[in-house]
Design a protein around this ligand. Sequence first.
Ligand code: HEC
Length: 405
Amino acid sequence: MFEFYIWNWLELSVRWFHVVAGIAWVGSSFYFIALDLGLRKNSSHSKGIEGEAWQVHGGGFYHLQKYNVAPPNLPDNLTWFKWESYATWLSGFALLSIVYYGGAEMFLIDVDVLDIDVFTAVSISIVSLMLGWVVYNTTCKFFLSDSQTGLMILLFFILAIVSYGYTEVFSGRAAMIHIGAFTATLMSANVFFIIIPNQRIVVADLKAGKVPDSIYGKVAKQRSTHNNYLTLPVLFLMISIHYPLVYTSEFNWVIALIIFLTGVLIRHFFNSQHAGKGSPYWTWAVTVMLIFIAIFLSTYRPEHLKPDLDEVKFNDEYGELISLAGVTEIISYRCTMCHAKEPLWDNMYVPPKGVILETSDDVLKYARQIYIHAAISNSMPPNNLSAMEPEERLILAKWYEEIKK
Ligand code: HEC
């Protein structure tokens, strides 16, 4: 019992840390992108200064100058920005381990998608994240001197294969979090393996009085451009796991890809604005259009969830079940072992998310949630642990639609 509290607090603390680290990383990187694009030339500049910016914040004025390659003398107290990224990845991986590896049977595996054991599922998760970096890094290096737009289109196709692949091995929810984790791993690895080491080489060269090779800057620029465009989609994917209608859709992986496109569009809008190149409002129009396509795609449910309509229509037994009493009976068979004041499920000491489904009053109180999580999606029961039938979901749906009329 006490152990349960420790795990709960561990999960909460790691999540807290992860969100804070993520805010610091995204915040500092958005700040630097805007700063860099907003630099303006000033004719009175001394040699080597590329541009400057004036900013006001928190009661003070800031005057920032960017040196083309580096200042003549490097200061001793140079501030690096890297721990924001590393801390986000480390805490993210810890959270993935606690929620999805620790609770693999509930949240990682879906036997209706692929019947695998916990060890296999966790191995696929870890190996795919590592392999993703190898493939991505090799592709980027290979196409360094080619069109960077072409490279991004190629990477988008790789992402499409990966996204589809995840939905073929994991539950919808785990698939979404993995598409996000896969992308975020590339982003952090870009910082850890490419951007920071290259910057170190440049600094070392400068200190030694050598002119650094321009290749280091070029590679770093390539990777930070990718990171810039990937940020918003990753955040969407992370929070999408709270929306069963999105992650249990047959086309959840296409929705993820659409979100990657909207991420590029939205960043393009702000990048243009910061650079003083106007406001391309069309990006918002296309974004809204894409979101509507995503909404439409989210209405498609996987084949194995489709009930046998004949059975429901012509079976008197089912006919009678479309009532509060009937629905409560289904809930008591399929949900109450976990959603009770004192759950019967192993190692469960409180009703998950405080949701208690014991009486018909409870069913009425949670009718909308039941509809979303168990009738029109299969996010509950997790991994269909209590073997709910598609026909039962249809009954829940019909009942709710009836009482809402
Ligand atoms: C095996 C145990 C188990 C069974 C059976 C189960 N649930 Fe859950 N339920 C959970 C867990 C665990 C969570 C918390 C999920 C999370 O952490 O995101 C949850 C969360 C929920 C939530 C809150 C979701 C949210 O994000 O706020 C609802 C509503 C819910 N379940 C409804 C149901 C219904 C309806 C059924 C039966 C059709 C059901 N559950 C069956 C374990 C179960």
